[in-house]
Write a new protein. Sequence first.
Length: 426
Amino acid sequence: MSLAHAPSYYAASAHAAPQRPSLKGTVEADVCVVGAGGCGLSAALHLAQQGYRVVVLEANRVGWGASGRNGGQFIFGFGCEMSTIRSLVGIEDAHKLWAVSLESLDLVRNLVKRYQIDCDLVQGQMHAAIKPRQSRELWDLWNELEGEYGYEGLQLWEGDELRQHIGSERYRTGLFDPNSGHLHPLNFTLGLARAAEQEGATIHESSPVLSLEPGDRPRLITETGEVRCQSVILAGNAYLGKLSQPLRGKLMPVGTYIGATEPLGEERARELLPDNQAVADINFVLDYYRCSADHRMLFGGRVSYSTLEPRDLFAAMKERMLLVYPQLADVQMEYAWGGFVGITMNRAPHLGWLAPNILFAQGFSGHGVSMGPMAGKLMAEAVRGLAERFDVCSRLPHAHFPGGPLLRMPSLVLAMAYFRLRDLLP
């Protein structure tokens, strides 16, 4: 039996979706996609558009993982700075990867428009600096993106100008991007599933893959059936589990959490975010938030390297929210939930080949709303023999997390303690 969606505001406000049948018997396909999140569904959609027979296997429900429970922000760039990307692959490939990141934003908008996906898409996102050091970092980022990459349209706000755009005294500087934005991630993912099916793909829910047998025609085996295909796309990310051991050491599933308030009313919501933009601070352990279409504050933050949810998550998320908006002390949290986001050591996305006909994408490190669908599109291109852009992404080097399966969690807890202390520095 598949698990229900997390008890989130997104699940409570999701559009109706059919219960797709589990896989039964033996099915022949050109491509089998593992995972019905934004990445896997985009791959299925783009391949089905080209006439490929595509089968998607999902262990639970469409959008059950991070794609259906995240912060909903689609943002330029990657989970690491472009200076890091440049140091990893050189300036030429860095420019190609920057172009991929910008196309990922266009892809989200184009999919929403083409397939009429009702997901409350709003343009506008701001990175916020709390400390003088972070303000300098935002100025440096602005200069780098405009000077090196020709990215125009960014706006830097400080002082009274910043206060016109956000109803909080917490921040010193804001870097606003009208090209980024936010949406309802579960409804976006459900819309991608409908679009993929319209193009001819088949989706099976409640169909966890128990084993993958590689070869000229790989076999993917579930409890009640199997898929035989020419190519396999692994798009399970932080929820892929033990299916692919070679990928596990380079990905860490990190818990992150969101609270949703009761409806505030439009007037009060606009006092908090006059432009209705999404916001993320630039702490290592960051807060991120936005208002929903029905004027709730959706406030995300905290991280956990264990599988344990923080105690009294409702109270914990409200406490974090009040650091930014103390004027919401009288407001109740109606929902609080969490889930895993897949991160890599360098916070760059991890794409590559496990075999000539087995591809994977994972580790979007907080940028999966747009980079997930984009990675799916790139994998679809690679299956079709157009692998140039996919191979640029695959050249990003990735190290294993230290400590191995038993010790990497304690190692990362120590590292996180260091970064928490660094967030406190001016």
